[in-house]
Design a binder for this molecule. Sequence first.
Ligand SMILES: Nc1nc2c([nH]c(=O)n2[C@H]2C[C@H](O)[C@@H](COP(=O)(O)OP(=O)(O)OP(=O)(O)O)O2)c(=O)[nH]1
Length: 131
Amino acid sequence: MRLVVGAAIVDDLRAPTRLLAARRSAPPALAGRWELPGGKVEPGESPQEGLHRELREELGVTARLGAEVVHPDGAWPLTPQLRMRVWWAVVDGEPQPLEDHDELRWLPRGQWSSVDWLPGDVALIAQLERS
Ligand SMILES: Nc1nc2c([nH]c(=O)n2[C@H]2C[C@H](O)[C@@H](COP(=O)(O)OP(=O)(O)OP(=O)(O)O)O2)c(=O)[nH]1
């Protein structure tokens, strides 16, 4: 079982009005679907270290993490091999699609479920919207 970390990047941790969605450019089976920026934690890294690294690599930003978005079982199941932990985050500057994504989109509150999320993200995004 491999751990993936993701960031729910918003404009304001206390009163979010927009959420950043990222459209995958690869592999072909996932390309075109939307996800939270992030990726797999590497051996020797803490989940938070891995998330900061992924956000630097993918978006070119430095992040400040807020609270974890907790799944009742501890982590969000994505596939039989993957589970994901997610933190709210704010970032400095405007994220750029440097790696893994061909489009970034700020979704206004109320429209967070309006893009075609990866299947494992749908319940998570619904929880973000309710929070
Ligand atoms: N980053 C991210 N990955 C997600 C989300 N939802 C979801 O099912 N996944 C899946 C897609 C991928 O199979 C996996 C993340 O792997 P990745 O390919 O982005 O990881 P990585 O950047 O570390 O790349 P690599 O080492 O596998 O090359 O988790 C999500 O919201 N964010």
